[in-house]
Write a protein that binds this ligand. Structure first.
Ligand code: FMN
Length: 352
């Protein structure tokens, strides 16, 4: 079989969004091909009681998930287990289909193992995405659904976009995520305020018993991040996902001055925000850490800082389809070194 080093050389010759579309095509085929899927799952998917947790009544056999934005239209769910992921998050999708921002809108920085994107929630819309999701749900790994408002929806009607999406998707998702932290929809991050968050989660709680999480940006003062998360939790949020991409353009020399940066350049920023959040929120709610994670050591540190689960997207672009297996293997080795029998003993260990 072709190695990822070779495949990467080919994929990196293409413009990043084209490479993504090629990868999507390949993964859709993989999802349909039973033999290849079974082979890849056997190779990459780690199901180990030491890594298994039950969170909001859902079984997670390993703690490494696919972050939102890779599978916006729920077309690749079946292939995600073959890449080793313990859970997957589809979206962000919006009520109506939208094209997203003008191209080019995705950039890679191989030297920094980083990515910049200004996609702007390009997706096929709730109706089409739900059709895809229903073909697969429930699946053998948990599926989260990440929802956002349409670009053309004014702020004062944002609540109704989230309302319609929760109603549509709650029966076909293991958890839902409210995304108001993308830097690529104008004024979206303005919704990261306590009043809106309280209204949003109060409304959401009335619509569904399914867990709903809030995904936050890394570009705010820690005190503000903590206040926002507390407002969400008090209004019924089941967890926090930290973080989305950053608009700190100093992290990559000569990058674009729009969109959000992710990958290795985000590791430290996301980890230090997460550490602070963990100190305040560990034990109060479910915490998912995302941002520049591509190794077991990085994942383990986030877990010890209070993360129940971690997610990754950009790392996979640079490390390839064996990344998740390697993270899980390294996690098991690190846990053994520390004498932990189960991941639950490692979660929050730095805070105990
Ligand atoms: N996050 C979302 O919540 N919704 C999205 O639609 C979304 N789209 C993304 C598109 C691209 C091309 C990338 C690189 C990231 C996107 N993200 C989105 C952010 C990721 O889910 C993740 O939070 C961020 O990239 C940090 O993780 P990473 O460093 O492992 O990539």
């Amino acid at each position: 079989m072709i190695s990822y080093q070779t495949l990467k050389k080919i994929l990196f010759k293409f413009e990043p969004e084209t490479a993504h579309n090629l990868a999507e095509y390949g993964l859709r085929i993989l999802g349909k091909c039973k033999i290849a899927k079974a082979y890849m799952e056997k190779k990459n998917y780690i199901s180990n009681p030491k890594l298994t947790q039950e969170i909001f009544g859902v079984k997670f056999e390993n703690p490494v998930g696919l972050a939102a934005g890779f599978d916006k239209n729920a077309t690749m769910i079946k292939a995600m287990k073959s890449l080793g992921f313990g859970f997957t998050e589809i979206g962000t999708m919006t009520p109506k289909p939208q094209d997203g921002n003008p191209k080019p809108r995705m950039f890679r920085y191989p030297e920094q193992k980083s990515v910049q994107n200004a996609m702007g929630f390009n997706n096929k819309g709730a109706h089409e995405v739900l059709k895809n999701l229903k073909k697969v749900y429930p699946f053998s790994i948990p599926i989260g659904t990440n929802i956002g408002k349409n670009k053309t929806t004014p702020e004062e009607f944002a609540l109704s976009d989230y309302k319609s999406l929760i109603k549509k998707f709650e029966a076909s998702s293991d958890y839902l995520v409210i995304n108001i932290s993308s830097p690529n929809t104008p004024n979206l991050r303005d919704l990261q305020n306590e009043k809106f968050i309280t209204e949003l989660f109060t409304m959401a709680k009335e619509l569904t018993a399914k867990p709903i999480l809030l995904k936050i940006a890394p570009d705010m003062e820690i005190s503000m991040a903590i206040d926002l998360c507390n407002s969400a939790i008090n209004a019924g949020a089941a967890g926090i996902i930290a973080t989305n991409t950053t608009i700190d353009y100093s992290l990559v020399p000569n990058c674009q001055n729009f969109g959000g940066l992710s990958g290795a350049c985000l590791t430290q920023k996301s980890a230090s925000l997460f550490k602070e959040l963990g100190r305040e929120l560990f034990g109060k709610t479910v915490l998912i850490s995302v941002g520049g994670i591509s190794s077991g050591a990085q994942a383990y540190e986030r877990i010890k800082d209070g993360a129940n689960l971690v997610q990754s997207y950009s790392g996979m672009i640079f490390e390839g389809p064996s990344m998740v297996r390697k993270i899980n293997e390294e996690l098991l080795a690190l846990m053994a070194k520390d004498g932990y029998e189960n991941i639950s003993q490692a979660i929050g260990a730095n805070l105990k």
